[in-house]
Design a protein around this ligand. Sequence first.
Ligand SMILES: *[C@@H]1O[C@H](CO)[C@@H](O)[C@H](O)[C@H]1NC(C)=O
Ligand SMILES: *[C@@H]1O[C@H](CO)[C@@H](O)[C@H](O)[C@H]1NC(C)=O
Ligand SMILES: *[C@@H]1O[C@H](CO)[C@@H](O)[C@H](O)[C@H]1NC(C)=O
Ligand SMILES: *[C@@H]1O[C@H](CO)[C@@H](O)[C@H](O)[C@H]1NC(C)=O
Ligand SMILES: *[C@@H]1O[C@H](CO)[C@@H](O)[C@H](O)[C@H]1NC(C)=O
Ligand SMILES: *[C@@H]1O[C@H](CO)[C@@H](O)[C@H](O)[C@H]1NC(C)=O
Ligand SMILES: *[C@@H]1O[C@H](CO)[C@@H](O)[C@H](O)[C@H]1NC(C)=O
Length: 281
Amino acid sequence: MMLVSLSSLILLSVLSVQCFFIPPWYCDESGKLLYEEIGCTPIKGFRNCVTSYNCSNYRLPKQGCLFEKHVYKDGEAINDTNPCHNCTCVGNAKNGSKIECHNVKYTGPFFPLIFGYGGPPSDCYLSYELNKCYPSKLKCPPYKDMSICVVDSKVYIEGEKFQPYGKCLDCVCQKGYNGTFVEPFCRKNRCDVEVRYSKQIVDNCAPLYNNNYPLCCPYDFICPSNSKIEHLVKQNSTHHVEKCKFGTQTFNKFDRMDLVYGNNITANCVCSLPPLLTCRN
Ligand SMILES: *[C@@H]1O[C@H](CO)[C@@H](O)[C@H](O)[C@H]1NC(C)=O
Ligand SMILES: *[C@@H]1O[C@H](CO)[C@@H](O)[C@H](O)[C@H]1NC(C)=O
Ligand SMILES: *[C@@H]1O[C@H](CO)[C@@H](O)[C@H](O)[C@H]1NC(C)=O
Ligand SMILES: *[C@@H]1O[C@H](CO)[C@@H](O)[C@H](O)[C@H]1NC(C)=O
Ligand SMILES: *[C@@H]1O[C@H](CO)[C@@H](O)[C@H](O)[C@H]1NC(C)=O
Ligand SMILES: *[C@@H]1O[C@H](CO)[C@@H](O)[C@H](O)[C@H]1NC(C)=O
Ligand SMILES: *[C@@H]1O[C@H](CO)[C@@H](O)[C@H](O)[C@H]1NC(C)=O
């Protein structure tokens, strides 16, 4: 009797906890990051999930560089890029402007540890900060008041990086971590797509992602000029007003196709989050 009531109590509490904490609906965030970076306006649909973006205001300036909605002048340093990139708008009236970046060099004392000549001394570890490219401290015992973070059933220690499942976030475990994926603990992945791909974006090329979940930063773009469409499957989705553009061609939401590009490489593409196609391979 005692056992039965105890187990039903546990069952009940498990059920109620789950009912309480499972969100009523989960929006797939795949492919959002690109649009957020370039400042498109989200259009929400069923259950308030984003179904497409309005990028009609996205235009490149005649002179200067566009990065995250701000136009930088020739010679100006670009703010708020990925902390591992150091970028400048370079150009002149004759040749136009473009963003040039180089990787930030490491000048600190842990060079051999970071670049792989043997790991940190035993029991020690390199501690990161959220907006820095490289670790800033070597932490060794005795550890006093060390914070830990439990995320997706894994344990991280203070200064350790983590990526929450299903989210395009960079996070660092820190003191005061309260389970929320906000600054100073987490920030969005910085793809810096405009550093390399602003021309491809205005030309309605298709972002290409690694086939991971979720899709965070595209690693390339496929353009109509250097690809061909195969196995097009048109969706009867006359009830969706949103369309994807690929160059000058238009596709309905959920139309699928293969794009064959480069040296006979195939990407699977779908009009899942207009106005660009979403490709993966
Ligand atoms: C997109 O945004 C522009 C400018 O803000 C607006 O004029 C246009 O109506 C919007 N288009 C859609 C489909 O919402
Ligand atoms: C970039 O950073 C500089 C120096 O901190 C600041 O003066 C400038 O306003 C920033 N520009 C933008 C667009 O945030
Ligand atoms: C424009 O680019 C060309 C070729 O890259 C270069 O030779 C020329 O010096 C550039 N013009 C200016 C004004 O920088
Ligand atoms: C970025 O590059 C500029 C000039 O190329 C340099 O003055 C600056 O120190 C660099 N910043 C970082 C963080 O490397
Ligand atoms: C968690 O910490 C962040 C950053 O300090 C704070 O903004 C947020 O309100 C906290 N949330 C809760 C639920 O405590
Ligand atoms: C698409 O749906 C419409 C309305 O539901 C229907 O009239 C039409 O025949 C369908 N077209 C195809 C190709 O299935
Ligand atoms: C491209 O690859 C496909 C399948 O991998 C193959 O069937 C086809 O013959 C290849 N075409 C060319 C031109 O190499």
